[in-house]
Design a protein around this ligand. Structure first.
Ligand SMILES: [Zn+2]
Length: 80
């Protein structure tokens, strides 16, 4: 059992190297699939402070926006 994780959402066992394992402050949070990770995050979001959550959402959205823009600019340069 040493090389297996148990999904904290559905209880399914899965081997190391598969699924998604998040480490927060040294504690492991294993999910056997992306679907289970999303289910966990949806519930996690409800637990967080709405103001802090909204700020974090905007920061993350901005960082993805910047990545997308950088990618678009690279594509335009290739075409030109
Ligand atoms: Zn699962």
């Amino acid at each position: 059992m040493r090389d297996k994780y148990v999904c904290i959402v559905c209880g399914k066992k899965f081997p190391k190297g598969q699924g998604v394992v998040l480490v927060v402050k040294g504690r492991k949070y294993p999910f056997h699939s992306k679907g289970c990770a999303v289910r966990f995050f949806r519930r996690l979001i409800e637990e967080l402070d709405p103001n802090a959550l909204s700020d974090a959402f905007e920061r993350v959205r901005k960082s993805f926006e910047d990545e997308l823009r950088a990618k678009e600019e690279r594509n335009v340069k290739k075409i030109a």
